[in-house]
Ligand binder design. Structure first.
Ligand code: COA
Length: 330
């Protein structure tokens, strides 16, 4: 008997406060034209006092559970990807568990910055395959507005807050015993993850509990991050597609990490992908780090672009550097 994880439902949450480029330009030395031309970003959502990574994560999780028609108590595992937890400890996943009223489950956070959701998805997928649980909540949630240097125009215009979640359900791939029978190749078919810690100084936060004792602010050498991103993303997409036994031409939708429209375009071009098959939300959400892939996925599921049976590729790259991809049949 072998098991596979299917995405049974998706959900997302955004803080109500939407901040346009024009609003930012009133506070920092920038312009709507510069931001749109260099990044494709037009607006981002910013958390209000009291809105946190865990509250956004719980809202996204509730919507994903409703979409999946799964009761909170059926969840045996919560993996929350974030670089902006509510507290240094305990894990924000346990705050989500409490908010959802789940009495007992496995719950922990994963830190891989913008690749966090891909890491969390792969960890949860393998734990479901190994029989640790039958249903998992995989969440990416961030409040990057709290770690931005609002006087650094080169970074503060690029990020936003939000959360996205999926319910993963373990199914038997060779029969109906103990689960839903899957006779097709529906589910997560392959995922690949990477890290290269030598590039810490290109994208990092200048503080932490064990160094400065403060939270710190995000620092980035954008041009160099851009260069690495296009190469690493194209490589890991090809690697993961090969592992899944598929080719770029078969992809119905690419759901990329939403950092910069120019990175999305350059990666699609390098792989020879039709730009119309790339889900783009960076214009409305900016870079929401670990939340960006599940937020974009939920957006495209709810607006009807992604349909059951579609072949989907998720990909992301972020601080560390970390990068990864997953291929799945929705
Ligand atoms: N508004 C106006 N001007 C700005 C600005 C802003 N918000 N931010 C930077 N500038 C200026 C710079 O000061 C520089 O001016 P100078 O030439 O007088 O020194 C000029 O714009 C060009 O800056 P540069 O950093 O070279 O621009 P760029 O074309 O590389 O674009 C990024 C900058 C950050 C948009 C781009 O490098 C990028 O997106 N990198 C990837 C970042 C990323 O995705 N990170 C997350 C990965 S998870």
């Amino acid at each position: 008997m072998s098991r596979r994880s299917i995405i049974a439902g998706t959900g997302s949450a955004l803080p109500p406060r939407r901040v346009t480029n024009a609003e930012l330009a009133a506070q920092v030395d920038t312009s709507d034209e510069w931001i749109v031309e260099r990044t494709g970003i037009r607006a981002r959502h910013i958390a209000a006092p009291g809105e946190t990574t865990a509250t956004l994560a719980a809202e996204a999780a509730r919507k994903a559970l409703a979409a999946a028609n799964v009761a909170p108590d059926a969840i045996g595992l919560i993996v929350l990807a974030t670089a902006t937890p509510d507290q240094t400890f305990p894990a924000s996943a346990t705050l989500v568990q409490t908010a959802l009223g789940i009495r007992d489950c496995i719950a922990f956070d994963v830190a891989a910055v913008c690749t966090g959701f891909l890491y969390a998805l792969s960890v949860a997928d393998n734990m479901l395959k190994g029989g640790m649980a039958d249903h998992a909540l995989v969440i990416g949630a961030e409040t990057f507005s709290r770690i931005l240097d609002w006087e650094d125009r080169a970074t503060c215009v690029l990020f936003g807050d939000g959360a996205g979640a999926v319910v993963l359900k373990a199914v038997e791939t060779d029969g109906a015993v103990g689960g839903v029978a899957v006779n097709s190749d529906r589910g997560i078919l392959a995922s690949r993850l990477h890290a290269d810690g030598r590039h810490n100084e290109l994208l990092y936060v200048d503080g932490g509990p064990s160094t400065t004792g403060t939270v710190g602010k995000l620092r980035m050498k954008g041009k160099e991050v851009f260069r690495h991103a296009v190469v690493n993303l194209a490589d890991v997409l090809n690697e993961t597609l090969a592992a899944a036994g598929h080719e770029a031409a078969e992809i119905d939708w690419v759901v990329p990490h939403q950092a910069n429209k120019r990175i999305l375009d350059a990666t699609a071009k390098k792989l020879g992908l039709d730009p119309a098959k790339v889900i783009v939300t960076v214009d409305q959400h900016a870079n929401t780090s670990a939340a960006s892939v599940p937020l974009a996925l939920d957006t495209a599921v709810r607006d009807g672009r992604i349909k059951p049976g579609d072949l989907i590729v998720l990909e992301a790259m972020g601080g560390g550097f970390t990068w990864g991809a997953a291929v799945l049949r929705y």
